[in-house]
Write a protein that binds this ligand. Structure first.
Ligand SMILES: Nc1ncnc2c1ncn2[C@@H]1O[C@H](COP(=O)(O)OP(=O)(O)OP(=O)(O)O)[C@@H](O)[C@H]1O
Length: 256
């Protein structure tokens, strides 16, 4: 079976600078891949290029098909991107924003089908955004917006999810429920790639990780191996201290 995502020798130039260079990795269905690295390492640029928002050299293949051979709708049916923040400025309701996730299924059709409406309701529910459905997107808090953007991605029903710091604006309860949802989706066969800063969250919730430094992968493998390796300390300029940190889990969940 081809990899859900295969990135080969990717190079991204922004302005006069090469910000991602020679990046090669794969993401598999059923697994969560963390993209780690310090500020400015190229994580967001990498995810935006995979999502087709930034130009790149090299190749991005989705289930064995080069993204370059797919049109916008074809890519959108296969992969969905959850940005850190939305540039959306028009006063759309939350339900309308989530309905945008059905774009790729709508092409050539004027009206949404029952299937579209069911996908939108399901996505609103899973993204914990149903109670916001009638609110104006631009009038929401950052954390509420992040949940709506996740719901929009889920509405696509794409099986590859790209998330850029998905818990950055979420409180501890919403963050844990988002991770639990990602875990459930992975079990159902989704491939998930998430840019994450909190290393303890990466350790708890991702299977594999790549560590970027100045646009290049310096470590990759199982997350626990990447996080234990000495070069992580060098890349971030910190010492790893084994101690008892404050920990949270959802009610009725066993410690992992
Ligand atoms: N619009 C832009 N034009 C030129 N350079 C940019 C632009 N946006 C980002 N960069 C540069 O590209 C590099 C990678 O940025 P990117 O946002 O991908 O990093 P990141 O790893 O996601 O960082 P952070 O953890 O701070 O979000 C940085 O050096 C940044 O300064």
């Amino acid at each position: 079976m081809p990899d859900a995502l295969r990135v080969s020798d990717l190079r991204i130039v922004r302005g006069a600078r090469t910000v991602v260079d020679g990046v090669t990795f794969a993401a598999q269905a059923g697994r969560i891949l963390g993209v780690l690295g310090p500020n400015g390492a190229g994580k967001s640029s990498l995810v935006k290029a995979i999502a087709g928002i930034l130009p790149y050299e090299g190749d991005v293949a989705l289930e064995g098909t080069s993204a370059a051979q797919l049109d916008r709708a074809g890519r959108a049916r296969r992969m969905a991107y959850v940005p850190q923040q939305s540039e959306l400025r028009s006063p759309l309701s939350v339900r309308e924003v989530v309905a945008h996730g059905r774009y790729a299924h709508h092409v050539g059709r004027v009206r949404g089908t029952d299937g579209d409406r069911a996908a939108i309701e399901r996505a609103l529910h899973l993204g914990e955004a149903a109670s916001l459905a009638h609110r104006a997107f631009t009038a929401l808090s950052q954390g509420e917006r992040q949940r709506v953007l996740l719901a929009r991605a889920l509405a696509t029903e794409a099986r590859l999810l790209l998330l850029d710091e998905p818990t950055a604006a979420l409180d501890v309860g919403h963050a844990l429920r988002l991770y639990r949802l990602l875990r459930t989706l992975a079990k159902a066969g989704y491939a998930i790639l998430a840019v994450l800063h909190p290393l303890e969250e990466a350790l708890d919730w991702t299977d594999d990780a790549i560590l970027l430094e100045q646009g290049r992968i310096v470590l990759s493998g199982k997350t626990r191996d990447v996080i234990r390796a000495g070069s992580l300390e060098r890349v971030y300029g910190v010492n790893l201290v084994p101690n008892g940190a404050l920990g949270f889990r959802l009610p009725n969940e066993e410690p992992s």
